[in-house]
Design a protein around this ligand. Structure first.
Ligand SMILES: [Mn+2]
Length: 291
């Protein structure tokens, strides 16, 4: 299968010029601290996309009609600051052309570059993070650009709205309170709390989805699994609410670690991507397109 196509997107909807959505695969893996393999994440999601239907039965649209272009796998320096700057330049060049940018990781570190790029065009940007981990350490294993510090770096650029967090240090917990970060912990995911969370979101959103935010029974293929977490329906509800209230300007799906003979993680990631495109198509891109 040609890796630079999302699923069965017909050829006339794949070109860069007409595509509203562009997918940027970034197989970056430098600071994984437990189970290795996230560099294989982007390819696994693209492979899994070949197995999903082009029609979305819930949103009742064919999201590919907005145009989906897959960019070449991004080349980068392993040095984190250069890497982040490279991501920023690349993402900015596509946002500037009015594209919805989707990054496939790879390590969470890449989010810093994506957020910096989006912030330049959308000054009131907010970042929604679905994740098991707060990722708010100032430094981890002597690396301030570790995946465990990604959101601490993001905080320098945009306010943060976290969902599903269930693993963090006391210092990170204190930081959340001091900086008044909006954090819904894994044990707080009631309908009422979610409604209060959605009401706080700004208009322009960068969405980052660390796949370990899911219950590991749903997505086992991650480098740092944590018990508890989101199921498919809850995540779908969250994404639908965000899309109907705000404008998702860019999003990333990170930290997939493909497993042998076990495809549910990458299939979930591919369907998640396509579902978000469906909501964006319905709510923002193709308002008259719903069947
Ligand atoms: Mn995480």
């Amino acid at each position: 299968m040609n890796p630079l196509v999302f699923g069965d997107t017909p050829e006339e909807f794949r070109g860069y010029e007409q595509a509203r959505a562009v997918i940027l695969p970034i197989p970056y893996e430098q600071s994984t601290s437990y189970l290795k393999g996230t560099a294989q994440g982007p390819q696994a999601i693209l492979n899994a996309a070949g197995q999903i239907e082009l029609f979305d039965e819930k949103v009742k649209v064919e999201p590919f009609r907005m145009g989906i272009h897959v960019l070449p796998f991004m080349k980068f320096s392993p040095e984190p600051e250069k890497f982040i700057s490279r991501v920023e330049t690349e993402v900015f060049s596509h946002l500037k052309h009015n594209k919805l940018v989707i990054i496939l990781g790879g390590e969470h570190t890449l989010t810093v570059g994506g957020v910096k790029a989006a912030k330049k065009l959308f000054p009131n940007l907010g970042v929604v993070q679905i994740d098991a981990h707060a990722d708010l350490r100032d430094s981890y294993q002597n690396n301030p650009f570790s995946h465990a510090c990604a959101m601490r770096r993001v905080l320098d650029y945009a306010p943060l709205f976290q969902i599903g967090i269930r693993s963090l240090s006391k210092e990170e917990f204190t930081l959340i309170q001091e900086k008044k970060i909006t954090t819904l912990f894994g044990h707080e995911l009631s309908a009422r709390n979610l409604d209060l969370f959605f009401a706080k979101l700004p208009e322009d959103i960068y969405l980052t989805i660390d796949l370990d935010g899911f219950d590991p029974a749903v997505v086992p293929g991650v480098g740092n699994p944590e018990p508890g977490g989101l199921n498919w329906e809850m995540t779908d509800h969250i994404l639908e609410q965000i899309s109907s209230r705000s404008k998702i300007r860019a999003f990333d799906i990170v930290e997939l670690r493909p497993l042998a003979d076990e495809a549910r993680s990458e299939i979930t990631a591919a369907r998640l991507l396509y579902r978000i495109l469906g909501y964006c198509a319905r709510d923002q891109v193709l308002p008259n397109f719903a069947l």
